[in-house]
Design a binder for this molecule. Structure first.
Ligand SMILES: NC(=O)c1ccc[n+]([C@@H]2O[C@H](COP(=O)([O-])OP(=O)(O)OC[C@H]3O[C@@H](n4cnc5c(N)ncnc54)[C@H](OP(=O)(O)O)[C@@H]3O)[C@@H](O)[C@H]2O)c1
Length: 281
């Protein structure tokens, strides 16, 4: 018997393309696990259709939706209100339909990144020491937001295009030091955490060009990429004795606050759910 017999719960992910997304599988796992009447659908929305699609959510009875490439920034200008996290990150990953039909935007990637780390490395703390973040795109903004919010004493930010890293640092007003791309190998000295937020190492892409010789052995190495499950960076780090974390936890955990906002439920990321998604990677 459904916990919400009077209402079929609806949510989805808007992207273009969208069929590669693992989100429907993970959200539908939660519907099935709880015996809830509801579904989460992939919504293939081209950029020119985004506004109409978002505005249709209330009329269709959707509780909200997630957003993926290329909609995260544009959607921010369409919804009625965004929270401070989304403003800082400059993008929304989640839209919530409010009771009056207005649209609220937030970004759960920052939460997902931090919770994914804590799940894999219980006791991990951002204030354990300096972090080095490679990349300065949307994922980097979410990661830097999470690290500063959780008390990282400083973040060394390295990006191929220095200007983009400088823009990120200026937006965050935190203890962020921009490091030249050429100095990235040496920048790892003394770090407690290294995070790759670039697309390097993703399936079909070359490995991230980064030598780990200077990185203290106790440092955690994280990658936001999760296809493949172990990027060349993580393979090298594991062989060098570093604790490693891939990007799957970030994907799984960002879905939790979405459920809280859409359905008032805080679902758990279980080993079964993780295994279900891992089987498709
Ligand atoms: N696990 C998750 O839940 C999750 C969530 C969001 C994103 N991601 C992943 O994060 C990655 C980045 O996504 P994004 O949205 O941040 O993309 P983005 O905004 O396009 O940023 C891409 C970043 O990669 C860098 N880059 C690209 N090619 C490079 C190269 N050849 N050498 C060095 N740096 C290079 C870019 O540097 P320049 O500025 O110099 O171009 C930029 O910093 C993707 O693989 C995405 O799938 C994962």
């Amino acid at each position: 018997m459904s916990a919400h017999p009077e209402k079929f719960l609806l949510a989805g992910v808007m992207g273009w393309p969208v069929m590669h997304s693992r989100s429907p599988m993970l959200h539908n796992h939660w519907f099935n696990e709880r015996g809830l009447a509801g579904t989460y659908v992939p919504l293939a929305i081209p950029p020119e259709g985004l506004k109409a699609a978002l505005r249709a959510l209330p009329a269709l009875g959707f509780a909200g939706c997630n957003l993926t490439i290329p909609h995260k920034e544009t959607a921010m200008r369409i919804v009625d209100e965004v929270d401070d996290t989304a403003k800082k990150i400059g993008a929304i990953s989640c839209v919530v339909v409010r009771p009056d039909g207005s649209l609220f935007g937030t970004n759960n990637d920052s939460f997902g990144f931090a919770e994914g780390l804590v799940e894999k490395i219980p006791g991990w703390r951002a204030d354990a020491g300096p972090a080095v973040v490679v990349g300065a795109g949307g994922a980097a903004r979410a990661v830097v937001h999470a690290l500063l919010r959780r008390g990282a004493p400083n973040v060394h930010l390295v990006n191929r295009t220095r200007g983009r890293a400088e823009a990120l640092a200026a937006d965050f007003h935190g203890p962020i030091a921009v490091v030249d791309w050429e100095k990235r190998h040496a920048a790892l000295g003394g770090a407690a955490l290294l995070v790759n937020t670039t697309s390097q190492g993703m399936v079909g892409m070359p490995a991230l060009d980064l030598r780990l010789d200077e990185l203290p052995k106790s440092a955690v190495v994280a990658d936001v990429v999760y296809i493949p499950g172990e990027t060349p960076l993580l393979t090298t780090a594991r062989r060098n004795g570093h604790p490693t974390v891939n990007g799957l936890g970030m994907l799984l955990h960002q879905a939790r606050p979405a459920w809280q906002a859409w359905f008032g439920i805080d679902p758990q990321v279980t080993p079964e759910m993780r295994a279900l998604i891992e089987k498709t990677i």
